[in-house]
Ligand binder design. Structure first.
Ligand code: NI
Ligand code: MN
Length: 227
């Protein structure tokens, strides 16, 4: 699998020749201000919840690419109202097979409203199983006991977890979350974008190392292989 990091919680995972774009936030993202969204490719766009820092460019990129939007039912309904046409609604606990693999929607402890005030349903994360490996993207969430269920659904090769604190888990809770989902590899996201969520990288790296879990803090706009 190829992982491309755009900053904040915006990233692309390529598997089986398909590009899965997560939580597209380019416009207004200080970490992605040099990226032209016209250049962003996607076959699928997965959205964890309705906050602006996760859906800012959802409609524009969905229209540009024709990508299938996979998200909570209420978010897909909102996307249809914005003129998107290609959506797949899910709700918590539900799974669906797509051509790249299976997506199961997992609960997240957070809030979810679209930028125009429309109710976004419950916030979510995703457990994704593919022929190239399995991963969990938590979305914006607190540490939750629900995460202990995730290893029952898939052996998680790596987890993409928020580590910025303030609005989500900080790195210590994210390290506990990694243990709950039974993975040894974490890609940290949702940090350093704004003052509220700036973190000390060395402290985060040391904490994970002390717990024998690898923490990857991807350089901005980097592209690397992960499995
Ligand atoms: Ni949020
Ligand atoms: Mn957020």
């Amino acid at each position: 699998m190829q992982f491309t990091y755009y900053g904040h919680a915006t990233f692309c995972i390529e598997t089986a020749g398909k590009k899965l774009l997560f939580d597209p936030f380019f416009t207004g993202n200080p970490l992605a201000k040099d990226i032209d969204i016209q250049t962003i490719e996607a076959d699928y766009i997965l959205v964890s919840h309705g906050h602006g820092d996760h859906v800012a460019d959802l409609v524009a990129i969905a229209k540009n690419t024709g990508a299938l939007i996979i998200a909570m039912h209420e978010i897909t309904q909102w996307a249809l109202q914005q003129g998107c046409t290609n959506v797949h609604p899910l709700n918590l606990g539900g799974a669906k097979q797509f051509d790249f693999g299976k997506v199961k929607m997992a609960p997240a402890l957070h809030s979810s409203v679209l930028p125009d005030g429309t109710y976004g349903g419950n916030p979510a994360g995703f457990v994704i199983t593919t022929e190239e490996g399995n991963f969990y993207y938590a979305g914006d969430t607190a540490l939750s006991m629900e995460m202990q269920l995730i290893p029952k659904y898939a052996a998680i090769d790596f987890a993409i977890l928020p580590i910025g604190d303030n609005f989500t888990m900080g790195y210590e809770d994210a390290c506990t979350a990694a243990a709950m989902v039974a993975t040894k590899k974490v890609i940290g996201v949702h940090y350093d974008t704004f003052g509220y969520i700036e973190i000390d990288h060395n402290k985060a790296m040391d904490h994970f190392a002390a717990n024998n879990i690898a923490l990857i803090l991807p350089p901005l706009h980097s592209n690397f292989t992960i499995h």
